[in-house]
Design a protein around this ligand. Sequence first.
Ligand SMILES: [Zn+2]
Length: 435
Amino acid sequence: MRTQAIVTESYFDGTRHHDCGPYTIGVVDGRLEEIRPGDRSSELAARCRSEGGDALEVLRVPFVMPGLVEAHAHLFLDGAELDFQARQNHLKAPREAMLAVGRRSLRQHLEAGITLVRDAGDLHGINTQLKAESSASRPDLPEIISAGRALRKAGGYGSFMAIEATDAASIVRVLHELAPTADQLKILLTGIIDFERGQMKGGVQFDLSETRLIVRTARDLGRRTFAHCSGPDGLKLAVEAGLDCIEHGFFMERDILCAMADRRIAWVPTFSPVYFQYEHPERAGWNAQTVAGLWRILEQHFEHVALAAELGVPILAGSDAGSYGVAHGHGLVDELFLLRRAGLPLAAVLESATSLPRRVWNCTPAAVQAGHRANLIALAGSPFVEMENLRRVQWVMCAGSHGPSEVTVINKAPCGERSPVPDAQAQNLLAPAQS
Ligand SMILES: [Zn+2]
């Protein structure tokens, strides 16, 4: 039996902030046994001795919260690669090269404190292979929810992540083909934003009856659906057809949000790729007029995200990591800052990246709550004092998905900083998750 005591000054449980510490979180074989006020480490150590178990491991930290969830990433793409030609070449690279990028992306997620990633589609099925590797026997990798390959209309946007369907019969056939390697089915419903014109490129890929067929078929196959979708035409159709989650959702409207709130359709607003274009216009050569247009798009997006929160639309934090300028790992943390900037209270921001996505997707819960598995991150300070502390992950503890006895404490202290993990425990540590 392995027993740990995490003594923390304050914590976020996945919904609420607890700031009257210290608190002691008792972890037994990867499960949170109790959370009590005060420093109870001596009491727990005495109990361990009397029960004849292993010595208690004590972890003293400023702040603890559940492992983060990245709701939208493309693991096989390197978002930090800013050379357009290199990005194009990567799409034709050998499988091993794509896998290497995917493996590095996963490590970057873990280093940022992310313990669950939803991959939003890749044509090459790198996500499927990474998922198999991650769930085999690697508690040092985040869990993956994978879309496998996505679905698009023949000739529509999304060639790097989706296979094509042409008509009703092929939609059903393709979805049956995709389902065995897809935890959730990803649909390309619209194109992308024309940044220069400040409007959508191209029309909606599927009509209402086709989109309804997609939703019905997915449900028959026991899969949730999530749709790449922006612009009022596509958004109205997505809501009308009953898709489970809308990705991006730029050019949102109030009525659409009201319908989403009614039908509990989730929204992953993915500010980051557009924000990068706004922040670094020189990369794509945008002129002042385009930059002003980008800001108008972002401003409206901020307003609609605030309204969505007010209306009760489930907002999930996803950065679209892998997109141009959005690096895996810290891209999600940047996205959290943007959600905060939209006006969401910090607790709501953190919930959007912890307990809410797990609840919406019916995952095993991972709250800081007695009875739950240990799926925690420790930060060097409370984000409620200074939000930048979200970038200061000290360690990640993952257990549960890989069996209750496998507790992995990943030493995240960067070079030159002392690890908060006691020396006595060093032999139990996996290699530091540095890329
Ligand atoms: Zn995406």
